[in-house]
Design a protein around this ligand. Structure first.
Ligand code: 6GU
Length: 226
């Protein structure tokens, strides 16, 4: 899978993909992330990419020309399944969207800044608008990193244990159960007996019960869904 990201702050996107699971996905050739600096595509002086809004008001707007130049130069090399604008007024990202997007070949993500991007880019190029939650970030980069991580870890072969993405919280509308590791007793705090029993049927049932309990307590809304 290839994920291209257009940004005015490409430095923000260096570290998130340079470590751990995202690095492994890249090293194995399963996920290629390319960060494109929007300023490389402007024809304006001093690499200008934003301008005052028509009609007045506070804040700057990301101009249409650099964005269209960047998008079209990328489209000359790659056919995108989706061109996604990261914006707080987009559809809220969830595991279902991550699952669906992980089935695509090529994604183009566009990070907004300032007061947003010229509406004509949204009208004529963007195929999906996504937010990562009801709060405002100073730019779309961290949201693009969140999307890329959530999608990338679902690609076959990225996780060591192929089944481990399936037991994540949310994957079946249930939160994950508690987990324990050595030692069996620490300061008198014991690991639940059932986990030491070696009886896998019993352990699976316990984990499922714990998942349901946790979900009822913390996220009852998930049990109502669909
Ligand atoms: Cl995608 N962008 C910005 N700037 N803020 C956000 C967001 C995106 N999602 C939640 N807040």
């Amino acid at each position: 899978m290839q994920i291209d990201i257009i940004s005015v702050v490409p430095g923000l996107l260096e570290s998130p993909f340079a470590h751990s699971i995202m690095k492994r996905a890249n090293d194995k050739g399963l996920l290629q992330v390319n960060v494109i600096n929007l300023r490389d595509h402007t024809t304006y002086s001093r690499a200008q990419v934003d301008d005052y809004p028509f009609g007045g008001g506070a804040g700057m707007v990301m101009m249409i020309e650099p964005l269209v130049n960047a998008i079209e130069s990328l489209q000359a090399k790659t056919t995108y399944d989706e061109i996604i604008f990261l914006t707080p007024d987009g559809k809220t990202f969830d595991q279902k969207m991550a699952n669906q997007l992980s089935l695509q070949q090529n994604l183009l993500l566009i990070c907004g800044h300032y007061k947003g991007i010229d509406q004509r880019v949204r009208d004529h190029f963007i195929t999906k608008e996504i937010s990562i939650g009801d709060y405002v970030l100073s730019g779309g980069e961290l949201a693009a990193a969140v999307l890329t991580d959530a999608i990338g870890r679902l690609l076959p072969g990225v996780l060591n244990d192929e089944t481990s993405a399936l037991s994540d919280s949310f994957q079946d509308n249930l939160l994950a159960p508690p987990v324990y590791s050595r030692p069996e007793t620490f300061r008198g705090w014991k690991v639940p007996e059932v986990l030491l029993s070696g009886n896998h049927k019993l352990i699976d049932n316990w984990r499922h019960d714990q998942s349901v309990l946790r979900t009822q307590e913390r996220r009852p809304d998930l049990l109502q869904e669909d």
